[in-house]
Design a protein around this ligand. Structure first.
Ligand SMILES: [Zn+2]
Length: 119
């Protein structure tokens, strides 16, 4: 049985929200590193936060639930249709701050699977 990490969270509350939404859509979920992230939030960030994992065979079902949630946090790669995407982090801290304050959207996302950048 292969588990896929479909989303990571900075805090366990959001992780549980997604878990319950997915499970009500018939997708069995597993949360990893939840306790470490609750007790040591900084450490949790270092290890990548709370990881929401599902069975690979449930992937299609999960994708539908995630799309129905219409969450702004979920971006689908226009190239390979993966939702394994993340906010592109600039190496320059000032560029990051400008991006946050101006809500800049251009090429703010990056696909982890195929490296495509999109807005
Ligand atoms: Zn992609």
């Amino acid at each position: 049985m292969e588990l896929l990490t479909i989303k990571t969270f900075d805090n366990p509350i959001d992780a549980h929200l997604y878990k319950s939404k997915l499970e009500s859509g018939g997708v069995l979920c597993f949360l990893f590193d939840e306790n470490m992230t609750s007790i040591y939030p900084t450490y949790g960030t270092l290890i990548g936060g709370v990881k929401l994992k599902i069975n690979q065979k449930d992937w299609e079902k999960a994708k539908i639930v995630l799309l129905e949630l219409g969450d702004e946090q979920i971006k689908i790669c226009p190239n390979c249709f993966s939702i394994n995407t993340e906010i592109k982090i600039e190496n320059n801290i000032w560029k990051n701050l400008i991006r946050i304050f101006t809500l800049q959207k251009t090429n703010a996302w990056k696909c982890v699977d195929c490296d495509t950048e999109f807005g």
